[in-house]
Design a protein around this ligand. Structure first.
Ligand SMILES: Nc1ncnc2c1ncn2[C@@H]1O[C@H](COP(=O)(O)OP(=O)(O)OP(=O)(O)O)[C@@H](O)[C@H]1O
Ligand SMILES: [Mg+2]
Length: 260
């Protein structure tokens, strides 16, 4: 199964942004892509300017599928060509259900397996909080990317994430890539954090590749405010258009380094 997850115990480090862009990149290259949001904020919809679709309908949450009240196709929300999202209603409640009813674990694994027959890639967007739901889904992920913010809190988040894997007996070898986010040429702190992260990666996740750092870029915030992905073909005002083209090129070269 090609199940790719972005995870980190620290919030706001760019997990959703990264997985949204990675998913869209593959979709524009002809792959059939599904992104499951197990974060009930469903912020993945915002990456594509499709927040309205979260509230448009009330009967197409992941929970309905798990409960058997919906079919596989019923909960898919198309946001771009070849790109589908699934939304979650209540992450904590869903996790509680998995904790109390062991057979529900099999149900959710089977659902992902069945989607695997229809999609080339299944991405999972996690919240920063962790729960039984997180463990079950990380266990079946073939590729885990840990997104790390390049500051001292971000590094702490990386460390907590490794500890979380150890405490819950999740295979650390599942972590294939580390994605440093928030680099800046002009600031010293992110550079120092990156050096430390590379060192810590060598020690704790020797099997993982540390990808080139993603820069802190205002164009990312601008695009998300407009609901535009770097892989959309739209006309923006000149400054943003140039920045978007550069971002698209940088992301493309980064994504080509990720084997799935
Ligand atoms: N490289 C970047 N440069 C500038 N802004 C960024 C970058 N990456 C992410 N952001 C911004 O940071 C904020 C948090 O990003 P995002 O929602 O992807 O993080 P997250 O880890 O998924 O957060 P959460 O833990 O809440 O799920 C967003 O406003 C996003 O636009
Ligand atoms: Mg997120």
């Amino acid at each position: 199964m090609a199940v790719i997850s972005t995870f980190c115990k620290k919030g706001g480090v760019g997990k959703t942004t990264f997985i949204g862009y990675l998913g869209h990149y593959h979709a524009v290259h002809g792959k059939k892509v599904l992104i499951i949001s197990v974060d009930d904020q469903n912020s993945i919809f915002k990456i594509f300017g499709e927040e309205d679709k979260i509230f448009e309908s009330n009967d197409n949450y992941l929970e309905f599928l798990i409960a058997g009240h919906a079919e596989l196709g019923d909960v898919l929300i198309e946001v771009r060509e070849n790109l589908y999202l699934i939304k979650t209603l209540n992450t904590d409640k869903l996790s509680m259900k998995l904790t109390l009813e062991r057979n529900q674990e099999k149900v959710i694994k089977k659902i992902v397996q069945e989607y695997d027959n229809y999609f080339d890639y299944i991405f999972i967007d996690f919240p920063p909080s962790s729960s039984r739901l997180t463990e079950v889904l990380l266990d079946i992920s073939s590729t885990i990317l840990i997104v790390v913010g390049l500051d001292s809190l971000g590094l702490g988040g990386f460390f907590n994430t490794i500890q979380y894997f150890i405490d819950n007996d999740i295979d650390i070898d599942g972590i294939k890539y580390i994605v440093p986010n928030g680099y800046s040429k002009n600031r010293r702190a992110p550079k120092i954090s990156l050096e430390k992260l590379i060192e810590q990666g060598r020690e704790f996740t020797p099997g993982a590749i540390v990808l080139p750092a993603l820069q802190d870029k205002s164009i990312i915030k601008n695009l998300q405010a407009e609901g535009v992905s770097p892989f959309d073909t739209v006309k923006l005002e000149r400054y943003d258009q140039n920045a978007k083209t550069i971002l698209e090129k940088e992301l493309t070269s980064l994504f080509q380094k990720i084997e799935m």
